[in-house]
Design a protein around this ligand. Structure first.
Ligand code: ATP
Ligand code: MG
Length: 423
């Protein structure tokens, strides 16, 4: 038997899991302030949801999905991203009929992509994302972007910056599409096979190619911003204006097209500029996807969202050497010496826990000194020492591990007394 974790996955061990919990809590806090509510969709969906929702010409659908047939021959796929499933649920549960519009949702959970694993790129990774469905107001674009920026700020990152672009509306994109085809067609033979296929299907995606990114035609490609019609331009300017009002700095990059097919109008990425951060610097990507709800049979509904992975956020924290403010959470460590004291500690631990404290003890028969060392290693705030003599006298020793102060406490009033100060 191969006792080995699958390639591209990782175990989050207890010490690391604390950082995850801390981050998840931060995300929930921030999201709550923006009044987005959690939605939980299944880990797998009908393959078609992603094929149509993410788009047939994307890397995700063409190369990265974990698809399988169940025992009844259904085509299913482990979710590679969150938006398609959220929109599926939005339509299926008729959330477009909810009197409170836009519907503001967030999700957090594992995603699966068959990719070449490298730093910041896993086959199972956790995405946090938000979706605001039902509003075509540039203020909601700015709100969604500011939510993402706030998460990074709250996590303690300093070196993040926002890159933004507009893909315009249908009309703008149709004109730009023609220009792109004319631009690339004469020399498309010099591009990779994927790009050759993209030329007619979705030439915009050529700009997102990772193989041909250095080709000179990439640099001279017609910019979408020059093809925005008046309406799209006004919308984009308004988003930028709001960002400025919010004190969010940004750069405009007209080549930012994003990986998913359904994007239009506003697109954005948040990058890490921390020195020492790996080659992949994108922490978060998002944008507007008007048209996706219709694709799934719902009424015409605009939407905007983003997704970020916790793995890359943690990598950025490491690159910036941010120390999360994490407490071990252990209030009491009970050191019991002798059989009777040990027996008593079972009850004492339970009492402590029932009164809202976290408490632990030794279960491996270690000597007093070793037990105190454990208490120290576990960053226990207090140590309760019970010996046989103390037990007979109805007292325990309480040591404050921070100040080193030690005092005697009567067992009869133990809980009442510690409640005075151990909060
Ligand atoms: P990339 O260009 O890095 O492949 P993408 O366009 O595929 O990114 P999205 O689908 O937009 O990424 O996902 C949003 C975010 O999820 C990314 O910005 C990144 O932080 C994270 N992410 C994407 N793929 C992975 C992965 N395989 N492992 C860890 N995080 C990932
Ligand atoms: Mg990708």
């Amino acid at each position: 038997m191969k006792v080995q974790i699958p390639r591209g996955t990782q175990d989050i061990l207890p010490g690391q899991a604390k950082i995850w919990q801390w981050l998840e809590e931060k995300m929930r806090e921030v999201t709550n302030k923006y009044h987005f509510e959690e939605i939980r969709t299944p880990i797998f969906e009908h393959t078609e949801i992603f094929a149509r929702g993410v788009g047939d010409t994307t890397d995700i659908v063409q190369k990265e999905m974990y698809s399988f047939q169940d025992r009844s021959g259904r085509d299913l796929t482990l979710r590679p991203e969150g938006t398609a499933a959220v929109v599926r649920s939005f339509v299926e549960n008729k959330m477009y009929g909810d009197p409170n519009q836009p519907v503001k949702l967030f999700y957090i959970g594992p995603m699966f992509r068959y990719e070449r694993p490298q730093s910041g790129r896993y086959r199972q990774f956790v995405q946090f994302g938000v979706e605001a469905l039902g509003s075509q107001d540039p203020a909601i674009d700015a709100e969604v972007i500011s939510l993402a920026m706030n998460i990074y700020r709250e996590a303690g990152l300093k070196n993040v910056h926002l890159v933004i672009n507009s893909l315009g509306d249908k009309e703008s994109r149709a004109k730009h599409r023609e220009a792109l085809i004319n631009h690339f067609r004469p020399r498309i033979g010099e591009f990779c096979e994927d790009c050759q296929n993209r030329l007619e299907k979705n030439p915009l995606r050529i700009l997102d190619c990772k193989v041909d990114r250095e080709h000179e035609l990439m640099k001279t490609a017609p910019s979408i911003l020059e093809y925005l019609n008046d309406e799209s331009k006004v919308y984009f300017d308004k988003v930028c204006q709001y960002l400025t009002d919010l004190g969010i700095e940004y750069t405009i990059d007209s080549t930012l097209v994003r990986g998913l097919d359904y994007y239009n109008a506003t697109t954005f990425e948040i990058m890490s500029s921390a020195p020492g951060f790996g080659a992949i610097t994108t922490l978060c990507g998002g944008g507007r996807y008007n048209g996706l709800v219709e694709e799934f049979g719902g009424p015409e509904t605009p939407g905007i969202g983003f997704a970020l992975s916790i793995e890359r956020l943690i990598a950025a924290l490491e690159a910036e050497q941010v120390q999360p403010d994490i407490h071990n959470g252990l209030d009491f460590y009970v050191v019991a010496l002798g059989e009777r004291a040990k027996d008593y500690s079972v009850k004492l631990l339970s009492e402590l826990r029932n009164n809202g404290f976290s408490a632990d003890r030794d279960y491996t028969g270690r000597k007093m000194k070793a037990q105190l060392k454990s208490a120290d290693r576990l960053h226990a705030k207090f140590v309760v020492i019970i010996g046989e003599d103390e037990l007979d006298a109805g007292i325990v020793q309480l040591k404050n591990m921070e100040t080193g102060e030690q005092k005697e406490i009567k067992l009869a009033t133990f809980i009442e007394e510690i409640k005075q100060f151990a909060v």
